[in-house]
Design a protein around this ligand. Structure first.
Ligand SMILES: NC(=O)c1ccc[n+]([C@@H]2O[C@H](COP(=O)([O-])OP(=O)(O)OC[C@H]3O[C@@H](n4cnc5c(N)ncnc54)[C@H](OP(=O)(O)O)[C@@H]3O)[C@@H](O)[C@H]2O)c1
Length: 300
């Protein structure tokens, strides 16, 4: 692999060549606790666009997206039983494409009591058409104690490999942190983005301290960061981190947090897969560059 200095030198003399060099660089990986595997640091989020596709016209782009994701080396797909029919849609597409063995499937449990949890999890196995789900996380801390007990039991039986908790609300951060402190977990999933950095105050450092795998949801704040930068040219410094699009800038910022997270941008188009996996190649911003990126976005 090319080192940073070689890449920067190549970019200074021939930007297109440098882009090509990054395109061939391997995907950077992070450790997934529980499963003890290295996973590429970009996963695929399935909220919204996978919730209710109508007919083949809307299934085809989703199928092409998943096929492209795996073709480029992607592994982690994140879903939830509360994303409409997303689990069922993914189960169908993955079965059609015969890709189950090449994917790391993460879903959630999102209910109010133990009986509902047991039922919802069994439904997830059926909908995803698999006898092993790689990761299940308690969604937004709902019924967290009961559900973690169920997940521990499933993990002991080998039906899941990793367990964790998720949130995407600042209002839950205190409670989230308390669960991180008191429960043995493999993974946390939290919202974090260039313009939404509150998780970096305590949650991400705590995860780092405890050695937890971190997944980042809402890395673009849905449309928020794209709206803020629409029609703006890429800043000069984009080339210094090997970013050729706004999406790569936003993702490389998130991915360069010292907790070394995995980001799961929502992707329902193959061209997003190409673009977003590009953020997991080459170099990531250092601390000085991260500050520069924050200043840029804060000034908009
Ligand atoms: N509490 C929780 O556990 C929780 C909460 C929220 C999300 N999540 C998970 O995190 C995932 C990510 O969140 P999200 O999908 O809501 O928001 P997001 O990742 O911040 O934004 C996704 C949207 O960005 C656009 N996009 C993606 N790649 C792009 C690219 N390269 N260029 C331009 N636009 C691009 C797409 O919009 P269009 O499709 O409109 O083009 C896509 O729907 C979810 O899918 C879900 O799996 C978990």
């Amino acid at each position: 692999m090319l080192d940073r200095r070689t890449l920067l030198a190549a970019m200074a003399s021939a930007p297109l060549l440098a882009t090509g060099a990054f395109a061939q660089a391997p995907l950077l990986t992070a450790r997934m606790n529980g499963a003890n595997v290295q996973l590429p640091i970009i996963g695929l989020g399935s909220a919204r666009r996978y919730e209710d596709p109508q007919g083949e016209a809307q299934m085809a782009p989703l199928r092409a997206t998943i096929a492209r994701f795996v073709e480029l080396g992607g592994k982690l797909i994140d879903t939830a039983p509360t994303y409409g029919r997303a689990e069922e849609v993914l189960g169908q597409l993955i079965a059609e494409l015969k890709l189950r063995d090449r994917l790391f499937l993460a879903t959630k449990v999102s209910v109010d009591d133990r009986a509902q949890g047991l039922a919802q999890i069994e439904a997830s196995f059926r909908k995803l058409r698999t006898d092993r789900i790689d990761l299940i996380a308690v969604h937004n801390l709902r019924d967290v104690d009961d559900e973690l007990a169920i997940l521990r039991d499933l993990k002991a039986k080998g039906r899941i490999r990793a367990l964790g908790i998720t949130t995407s609300f600042d209002g839950q951060y205190d409670a989230f942190e308390a669960v991180m402190r008191r429960e043995p977990l493999d993974v946390i999933q939290v919202d974090y983005a260039l313009d939404n950095r509150n998780a970096a105050a305590r949650i991400l450092p705590l995860a780092q301290e405890k050695g937890l795998t971190v997944m980042i949801n809402l890395p673009f704040g849905r449309d928020r960061l794209f709206s803020a930068t629409r029609d703006k040219p890429l800043p000069d410094w984009a080339a210094e981190i090997g970013a050729t699009s706004w999406a790569q800038i936003f993702l490389k910022y998130v991915l360069s947090h010292p907790c070394r997270p995995i980001a799961i941008p929502g992707m329902a188009q193959p061209r997003y897969v190409d673009d977003n996996l590009g953020a997991a190649r080459g170099i990531l911003p250092d601390a000085a560059m991260r500050t520069r990126m924050e200043r840029y976005i804060d000034a908009l």
